[in-house]
Design a protein around this ligand. Structure first.
Ligand code: HEC
Ligand SMILES: [Cu+2]
Length: 357
């Protein structure tokens, strides 16, 4: 309804001043059909043949449709908000962003697969727990701290054992298939992930072909821990791990001459163990330790001497399995020292050296 109509209803148009109606003059219209004030003209009431009940239903339905679209938009909006927090994590709950959680899960998978690769390919030489054997110890915090970093590991596995000490006859083969070895890029990464896994986390042992957790005799999943102690700090005075574990191409040291009359103690290494836990030598005189390495060839041992605070005093070249040598040491002040195999710093290859006054 327009203003005109409203006025038209109240008085005849002829009474209005024509000059006020700009711009065009309109011939006076026929008075509009009289209509009730609050009733639409009959034309708007056309129901297209619908009963008034049906027409009312249609009006209600379109109201419902509006509600439904409102709810639809609300649901989408809530979903977008929820997904945002799903991706980024909820700050208050301190939950983990999805991508981080994925990366962690992938890391765990790599470590678990690396474990199987290690057991299948490396354990026969480096020991089931990396304690060493034909190959050098790998599970040693001092070594893991810096020496066995991911780049070094990748190089060793790509180039083979010759990378370690430059020994072209090293028994440690090439592993990476880029260099003719059996393991592909992903497997090398998994091995490195395993070797660098933290000792604070435990991982599940999985069947290599089924990828199912292995169940132990006690009915529980078998687990293993990483080797790297994240809180390990080397002693400030400690010498970094030597780049070459055997101190030079694995060549054994020629038997040293030692002044006659000096004390020479015998020591046998067999099955990764020394036959003695205690050795005793006099103070103030050079002495010797005659090492008989009865382990099979390829299993080197030596006798390193450390003082009470763990500083290395002497670290002679390891000798291969099946050989003997007499290591000579400079005179020591009286006290208690440790003798240990550098290649296998494990309890069975560790003992106490007492230097008596
Ligand atoms: C046939 C025995 C053998 C096998 C199998 C073997 N290694 Fe070795 N590994 C050695 C020997 C021996 C050395 C020492 C290299 C040298 O000086 O000749 C060595 C050296 C290493 C080193 C360097 C250690 C250091 O102190 O610098 C790493 C790391 C290593 N091996 C990892 C592996 C991994 C991982 C596997 C399994 C994929 C593996 N090895 C399989 C014998 C083996
Ligand atoms: Cu040893």
């Amino acid at each position: 309804m327009t203003d005109d109509d409203a006025q038209g209803a109240s008085g005849p148009p002829a009474e209005r001043d024509p000059e006020q109606r700009l711009p065009a003059r309109r011939p006076p219209a026929a008075p509009p059909a009289p209509a009730d004030r609050f009733t639409a003209p009959p034309s708007t009431h056309q129901t297209g043949g619908l009963t008034s009940g049906r027409a009312a239903q249609i009006v209600r339905q379109s109201g419902n449709a509006r509600w439904i679209s409102f709810l639809g938009v609300t649901i989408v909006a809530l979903f977008v908000i929820a997904y945002y927090f799903y991706e980024t994590g909820v700050p208050i709950l301190n939950s983990q962003p999805r991508l981080d959680a994925q990366a962690t899960a992938q890391q765990v998978t790599a470590v678990e697969q690396g474990y199987n690769l290690f057991q299948a390919n490396c354990a026969r030489c480096h020991g089931v727990n990396g304690e060493g054997g034909i190959g050098p110890v790998l599970n040693d915090q001092m070594k893991l701290f810096d020496h066995l970093n991911p780049t070094y590991l990748k190089n060793v596995l790509t180039v083979g054992g010759r990378y370690v000490c430059g020994n072209p006859n090293s028994v440690m083969p090439v592993w990476a298939d880029t260099n003719g070895g059996p393991l592909n890029y992903v497997q090398i990464q998994q091995l490195i992930a395993f070797l660098r896994a933290p000792s604070t986390e435990s991982f599940v042992v999985r069947n290599p072909s089924l990828n199912e957790p292995v169940i132990g005799p006690d009915g529980k999943e078998v687990t293993f821990k990483g080797w790297v102690d994240p809180s390990f700090k080397p002693d400030p005075s400690a010498t970094p791990f030597p780049a070459c574990w055997s101190g030079g191409g694995g060549a054994s040291q020629p038997p040293a001459s030692i002044e006659p009359g000096s004390t020479i103690v015998d020591l046998v290494a067999l099955n990764f163990a020394f036959d003695k836990k205690e050795l005793s030598v006099p103070a103030g005189k050079p002495f010797g330790i005659s090492l008989d390495n009865q382990d099979p060839a390829g299993t080197p041992h030596n006798v390193e001497i450390k003082d009470a605070s763990g500083n290395v005093i002497s670290d002679p070249t390891p000798i291969d399995g099946g050989t003997k040598t007499t290591y000579t040491y400079d005179a020591l002040p009286a006290g208690t020292y440790t003798f240990i195999c550098r290649v296998h710093p494990i309890p069975s290859m560790t003992g106490t050296l007492t230097v008596t006054p």
